[in-house]
Design a binder for this molecule. Structure first.
Ligand code: FAD
Length: 512
């Protein structure tokens, strides 16, 4: 194995620190450590050729499209991503307004502008409003089992279905309307799968569901792209801190490693990369996605993680949610349309679908957001979660475009609807250094598993302290799955190291 050369080795005092991953958690940790004089020997190892991770804005369709994170959820004073974005002047005036910051959405997705049914007719707005109100009142109820000794059923999905079937028994409308109501509710289940990043709400644990914390503020976007934020953080770091195209293969810990350039010095950790270069370190902050950790659990740590920690990694959920952008020559939607819902009339949350994914994958698509038109370009953004989303990744662009053209022709009742001009989509499940989209608390796990995942190794009290620290969205107990949870987790671990080196340091934590 070769040893690394360059920037930090042998220069300066202070511990040698490595951050693995340059998403917002890793960049946040690096920025905080760089602002303290005790850490002149810092490096960030990034597997890919770019920083930002699941924050990924690409130029496309004459503007910017977000392949990863889309909104700041809860943009208000308690949200560090909002604060940082405001500091870097990346937000619009309306998004910064007091009024916007005070809006309480309860984490619910807004009502669609129009709802199309699979038979090619628009669904009555009244029915959609009624079902949205039922669905979201039930979602609110699912958050109330946090401090209850026994949850009635294991999962959010089972709870919702039990409540819905009880209410449906009292519906007095004709058979067709009752079926349509269930189909609308099914569309809301699909929305919730996108929000939770899961295949089915049956996989999401009921008791801890209320622990996820929704901040006030009307969700907002970055006019110039979310990645402007990670670019600004990156620009604040010394130039050669991030090493790109350096996938880490194995983290050897609890050792006593040496390197030729620092004779006599011993390091408890050695980070081995796929290209066989090795980086000795005193501390390593790991920010790789949970999907990557799950896949490489057997080889990523040497010695292996303690059994409880490994079990937490296996138990916490990590699913897939993707976006499909379609560009049209001309809009077929009304000028004030913001959100198109698609309702498959033959679906119901109370029935399981068993047909092959090939023929039904597109039924998991929740519909489309209308993106603000850049120049004269008209773009819809579809959202799809779960196994159907992972299946979509195996198809070619042409196949996806063809399927969605057929869907749109069918639901609009316009067989002559021109096909979209082009398609662009995310493929987070196939991305080797992500393997999915974001985490959720799965049936069989609780918030304690998140805390367990976040615990540094070796356990406190051991002689060689804080060798491996864990950050990333999946390590934040109340803000998992978000950019602000990820950023806070990076700050949390940086502060842990700062407190070790400089017990007198004034730290702004504790972090929520
Ligand atoms: C489609 C989608 C939509 C989303 N929408 C929103 C939203 O609207 N609002 C919101 O708040 N959040 C959203 N999120 C979630 C948000 O993007 C993430 O929670 C957050 O960006 C995660 O940051 P992170 O630093 O924890 O991980 P990441 O951003 O994934 O960073 C981890 C980094 O580690 C690198 N890495 C992995 N393995 C290795 C290795 N072996 N060696 C070296 N480097 C490695 C990766 O390449 C990556 O750069 C969305 C995510 C997706 C996928």
């Amino acid at each position: 194995m070769e040893s690394s050369g360059g920037r930090a080795e042998g220069s300066g005092r202070g511990p040698r620190v490595l951050v693995v991953g340059s998403g917002i958690a890793g960049l946040g940790a690096a920025q905080r450590l760089c602002s303290h004089p005790a850490f002149p020997q810092l490096r960030v190892l990034e597997a890919t050729a770019r920083a930002g991770g699941r924050i990924r804005s690409e130029r496309g369709f004459g503007g910017v499209v977000e392949l990863g994170a889309h909104w700041i959820h809860g943009p208000s004073q308690g949200n560090p991503v909002f604060q940082l974005a405001a500091k870097y002047q990346l937000l619009g005036e309306k998004d910064l307004s007091e009024e916007n910051q005070l809006v309480e959405t309860g984490g619910h997705v807004g009502l669609p502008s129009v709802s199309y049914a699979s038979s090619g007719v628009s669904v009555s707005r009244e029915l959609v409003v009624e079902m949205a109100s039922l669905f979201y009142s039930l979602i609110d109820q699912t958050r109330e089992f946090l401090h209850v000794a026994d949850a009635p059923v294991p999962s959010v999905g089972e709870y919702l279905k039990k409540e819905i079937s009880e209410r449906a028994a009292g519906w007095t409308e004709d058979e067709e309307t009752r079926k349509l109501k269930l189909a609308i509710l099914n569309s809301f289940f699909n929305v919730e799968c996108c929000v939770s990043g899961t295949h089915s709400m049956d996989l999401v644990a009921l008791a801890p569901f209320g622990e996820y914390t929704v901040l006030p503020g009307l969700d907002c976007t970055f006019p110039g792209g979310y990645q402007g934020l990670t670019n600004c953080i990156m620009a604040s770091l010394p130039e050669d801190v991030i090493v790109f195209n350096k996938p880490v293969k194995t983290i050897h810990w609890n050792g006593s490693f040496q390197e030729a350039l620092s004779p006599g010095e011993r390091f408890p950790v050695l980070v081995e990369c796929e290209d066989r270069t090795c980086f000795p370190a005193h501390h390593v902050i790991i920010t790789v996605p949970l999907g990557f950790l799950k896949e490489h659990l057997d080889t990523f740590f040497e010695p292996p993680l303690p059994p409880q920690k490994a079990e937490a990694i296996r138990k916490i959920g990590f699913g897939t949610s993707n976006k499909i952008f379609l560009e049209f020559e001309e809009p077929f939607w009304e000028p004030d349309c913001r959100h198109i819902q698609v309702v498959w009339e033959d679906t119901s949350p109370l029935e399981d679908v068993t047909s092959g994914l090939q023929h039904v994958w597109f039924k998991k698509l929740i519909g489309f957001l209308v993106l603000p038109s850049f120049a004269s370009v008209h773009v819809l953004c579809g959202f799809i979660a779960g196994l159907e989303s992972e299946f979509m990744e195996t198809l070619s662009d042409e196949e996806v475009l063809l399927s969605l053209t057929q869907v749109l022709r069918r639901v609009t009742g316009n067989a002559g609807l021109p096909a979209p001009r082009s398609v662009l989509r995310s493929c987070w499940y196939s991305a080797p250094y992500t393997r999915g989209s974001y985490s959720y608390v799965a049936v069989g796990s609780t918030g304690d598993d998140i805390d367990l995942l976040a615990q540094p190794l070796p356990k406190e009290g051991a002689k060689a302290q804080l060798q491996i620290l864990f950050a990333g969205e999946a390590t934040h107990r109340t803000f998992y799955s978000t950019t602000h949870g990820a950023l806070l987790s990076g700050w949390r671990e940086a502060d842990r190291l700062i407190a070790l080196q400089d017990p007198q340091a004034q730290l702004p934590g504790p972090w929520l």
